[in-house]
Design a protein around this ligand. Structure first.
Ligand SMILES: C[S@@+](CC[C@H](N)C(=O)[O-])C[C@H]1O[C@@H](n2cnc3c(N)ncnc32)[C@H](O)[C@@H]1O
Length: 220
């Protein structure tokens, strides 16, 4: 099925829920940072301060249903030799399932400290804490080159912002996005993972990505 059609069938509620709080603090139109009152500002303050309690996730936690997780991992042909990175890992379900079902190693990167704790607890309960780790990290700061599999369930604007990181992954790395496209980069294939009453599609790429040259960018 054409993923654009699948996208149109994605319930509006899901899109709205995922979009809540998705404005990046540094994005145009986002509220300006509060004026400095005490210490003088450095000339180039860090864009993102993960320890800033006001730092909101760029998208809310909306879990991938278990049947879709299973299909995603099966379609990716995950094995014990894989290192799975889930970018915005929520409660850790994707890397935990990859470890439990296929013996894969995994790292979940998540900005919400409570979800990181919950994921670690769930990994212990599943008996896979020797295979998976969870780190409280901002996904826009990551080096993705160690991964052999990358899973995404984040908004199109976030995927677009990650393109420079995704372009640098090792050749052969498999990438999947649940429901959302990578603007300008056609997937190699799209798989339907509908559940009764809810549309899901899985979009797959294999690195290197065929990213169109950006206007004004130096040749790659
Ligand atoms: C839609 S949920 C997907 C959760 C999980 N990957 C799944 O498929 O079940 C997106 C997750 O990304 C996290 N998130 C949002 N912005 C983030 C950022 N900049 N860095 C790391 N995690 C982020 C949210 O807290 C949320 O848990």
């Amino acid at each position: 099925m054409d993923y654009r059609r699948a996208m149109r069938r994605t319930p509006l509620a899901l899109a709205l829920a995922l979009s809540a709080g998705c404005a990046h603090p540094s994005a145009p139109g986002a509220a300006p940072p509060p004026a400095a009152t005490e210490a003088p500002q450095t000339e180039f303050p860090p864009l993102l301060d993960i320890d800033d309690p006001a730092r909101e996730p760029d998208v809310v936690f909306w879990p991938t249903p278990p049947s879709v997780v299973d299909k995603l991992l099966a379609e990716l042909r995950v094995t014990k030799d894989d290192l799975v990175y889930d970018l915005g890992s929520g409660d850790g379900r994707i890397v935990i399932a990859a470890a439990k079902q296929y013996g894969a190693r995994g790292v979940g990167f998540e900005i919400d400290a409570k979800l990181v704790e919950e994921s670690r607890q769930k990994a212990r309960e599943a008996g896979v804490e020797h295979l998976v780790t969870f780190e409280r990290k901002d996904i826009f700061t990551l080096d993705l080159t160690p991964a052999t599999v990358i899973t995404l369930y984040i908004l199109p604007g976030m995927i677009e912002r990650m393109l420079p990181q995704l372009e640098r992954v090792r050749p052969g790395t498999r990438i999947v996005s649940h429901n959302f496209p990578m603007r300008g980069v056609e997937p190699d294939r799209v798989v339907n993972a509908d559940e009764p009453g809810r549309a899901h599609s899985l979009l797959f790429w294999t690195a290197p990505l065929k990213v169109p040259a950006r206007r004004g960018a130096p040749p790659r």
